[in-house]
Design a protein around this ligand. Structure first.
Ligand SMILES: [Zn+2]
Ligand SMILES: [Zn+2]
Length: 206
């Protein structure tokens, strides 16, 4: 077993080289709360609260409003985004609908999926039951026990060959790889997420 080596980097900036606002952004105790829409509340150690608008590069503090400064609050929010302590604008914190891991996902993602579990349209996956290659159309918000397959009148979870897969799985709509190549409008099928192998080899044709 090999041990991973961490990259040779500095863990903090050289504060001696930074201007005073940057030093304060790094060293003063502050708490950052994402409010959505790229706006963050910064609570300072002097018990002030300011609103930082990252896309607009604005802060409600006097230093920014009257002096137009790149204030310590704007800098602090940027640091916390870079260090992944808070989500970047356009993202939110959520539990992944598959593995449950807390991660930053696009604000509109439904269901929320972490980087490891995310499936994108046109990803090729493999059916664990049959070995068939399938092309992802989309992951839908309904869970396997909510999504009704119209042609058979049962939910994805109750469909006979899906027995044994979690009822609360997200549902993935797919087409068959062969169909997708041959037809303009290939038929769409719904699978429980866990029935699909999306490992690195899944897209390889044996
Ligand atoms: Zn400020
Ligand atoms: Zn996940």
């Amino acid at each position: 077993m090999s041990h991973a080596r961490s990259p040779k980097v500095a863990l903090a900036p050289d504060l001696r080289e930074l201007d005073e606002r940057a030093v304060r952004a790094w060293t003063e105790p502050m708490a950052v709360t994402p409010l959505g829409g790229g706006v963050y509340r910064v609570d300072t150690h002097e018990d002030h609260s300011y609103s930082v608008d990252v896309p607009g590069q604005r802060c409600t503090c006097p230093d920014h409003r009257y002096r137009g400064a790149q204030c310590k609050h704007l800098r602090r929010v940027a640091i916390e985004i870079t260090q992944e302590r808070v989500p970047a604008p356009g993202k939110r914190e959520a539990d992944c609908a598959v593995c449950g891991r807390e991660s930053f996902v696009p604000e509109t993602a439904d269901p929320p999926l972490c980087d490891d579990c995310r499936l994108e349209p046109d990803d090729v996956v493999r059916d664990w039951e049959t070995g068939d290659r399938l092309v992802v159309t989309r992951v839908v918000p309904e869970r396997a026990d909510e999504y009704v397959i119209e042609s058979v009148g049962t939910t994805v979870a109750d469909y006979e060959t899906n027995e044994g897969y979690p009822a609360d799985d997200p549902v993935v709509e797919v087409t068959y790889l062969g169909d997708a190549a041959q037809r303009d409008e290939p038929r769409t099928y719904a699978f429980p997420y866990s029935r699909l192998d999306h490992g690195e080899d899944a897209a390889l044709i044996d």
